[in-house]
Design a protein around this ligand. Structure first.
Ligand code: UD1
Ligand code: UDP
Length: 376
């Protein structure tokens, strides 16, 4: 088709790779769209793993990551690099997902260059700029610069309406993470970590910047207490490569016989680990969305969540970073079968696996009149 619209899809970190992959795949089948994938590589290793799994080869790679990057420096380098690329490519649409520095800067540069921006996973809020930090600010900035807001739930739609965003710009699509999860869960790729099948698996992930220092040390002490107290559990903790996380995790948990620290798992084996898990402790956003769909109880190691839907369903509980509270809440689930069952119901408040198709349908409708007008 002539006059195809140039759609620039941006990915920076692991979760963006996972959540943009289904959208990129569906978009690439659209005759009206010419798709360019730009990796900022805010994450290098974690992003590469995910892109390889989904067979996505970036057309442009900004290779931004530096060890232990500071937020101002990362932001400055992203703005400069993205602006150069936007100037060269002049896309018709820019799409990005979530609340990372990549997304905030992509929305900002698109705004400066007057290129319409579509925000995938829009409208998530805690209404607390310190929790999560800096993501609440990132998504507010991106949200106020977007032409299309693709929100996962009615609740996220309500958040945007209260901020004065026009209802006609908001589209409830579900979260593309469930599209990705369903596709990968079907593949049943092996979890290549030797685990003791006689023990209940407690899966842990943690990386939030607002938890660095004492809150994260308290989380580690709680995990250690649980491993000491319950001989029938085994903890699997794929440690995030952020140096602030790695150092503390290895210092406080590295030598316990029933705590296995490993490198971040590729997405497919990590999904298998979630399926195998009895219980999940995490501060991750994506895991809060995936685990309920897999019927796994989640204790969230954060003060607030922008994903209250699963909390309201009773399958996710916010436990914060207090050592005693984490031990009490996890013990309740490890000791009390009825309490466990009530949280181990498979519910999926964030999506049904069709989010990418809904997003593409909105963009197709928005682009088609112009595209059709250009045909002769
Ligand atoms: C980032 C996002 C966060 C998201 C998380 C997903 C920001 C500010 N933070 O946090 O919202 O939830 O990704 O995981 O956008 N590193 C590596 N290899 C990698 C990835 C990271 O070594 O593949 C190390 C580097 O030292 C890097 C550091 O981790 O400097 C921090 O990376 P960064 O992207 O700044 O923040 P995250 O904590 O990963
Ligand atoms: N994940 C993964 N390997 C791991 C840990 C997590 O593939 O070792 C996946 C997880 O299934 C989810 C995503 O990474 O889809 C979440 O990423 P992360 O927790 O880094 O970021 P957040 O979702 O908090 O932004």
């Amino acid at each position: 088709m002539r006059n195809r619209k140039h759609v620039l899809c941006i990915v920076g970190t692991r979760p963006e790779g996972i959540k943009m992959a289904p959208l990129i795949k569906v978009l690439k089948r659209e005759p009206w769209a010419r798709v360019t994938v730009l990796a900022t590589a805010q994450h290098r290793d974690l992003l590469d793993q995910v892109l390889a799994l989904f067979d996505i080869e970036p057309d442009v790679d900004l290779d931004i990551m530096k060890p232990n990057q500071s937020l101002p420096e990362l932001t400055a380098r992203l703005i400069t690099a993205l602006d150069g690329t936007f100037a060269e490519l002049m896309p018709d649409i820019v799409l990005a997902q979530g609340d990372t520095t990549t997304v905030m800067t992509a929305a900002l540069v698109a705004f400066y260059r007057n290129i319409p921006f579509g925000h995938v996973e829009a409208g998530l809020r805690t209404h607390d700029l310190g929790n999560p930090f800096p993501e609440e600010m990132n998504r507010m900035v991106a949200g106020h610069l977007s032409r299309w807001h693709f929100v996962p739930t009615e609740r996220s739609r309500g958040n945007l309406l209260r901020e004065g965003i026009s209802d006609s710009a908001i589209h409830v699509t579900g979260n593309t993470v469930i599209d990705a999860l369903l596709e990968v869960a079907e593949r049943e790729l092996p979890l290549d970590v030797p685990l003791d099948p006689s023990r209940r698996l407690v899966l842990v992930t943690a990386h939030r910047r607002e938890n660095f220092g004492e809150p994260f040390r308290a989380v580690c002490r709680a995990i250690r207490q649980l491993a000491d107290r319950y001989e029938d559990i085994e903890v699997l903790y794929p440690v995030h490569p952020n140096p602030n996380v790695r150092a503390t995790a290895h210092e406080l948990l590295g030598d316990h016989p029933r705590i296995r620290l490993c490198r971040p798992l590729d997405y497919a084996p990590f999904v298998e680990a979630q399926k195998r898990a009895y219980l999940i402790l995490t501060d991750s956003g994506g895991v809060q969305e995936e685990a309920p769909a897999l019927g796994k109880p989640v204790l969230v190691l954060r003060a607030e969540t922008e994903r209250p839907e699963a909390v309201d369903e009773g399958v996710v509980r916010l436990v914060g970073t207090d050592e005693a509270r984490i031990v009490t809440e996890a013990s309740r689930l490890l000791d009390d079968a009825a309490a466990y069952r009530s949280m181990a119901r498979g519910v999926s408040p964030y999506g049904d696996g069709l989010a990418a198709r809904r997003i593409v349908a909105v963009l197709r409708d928005a682009m088609q009149p112009e595209a059709n007008a250009g045909l002769s």
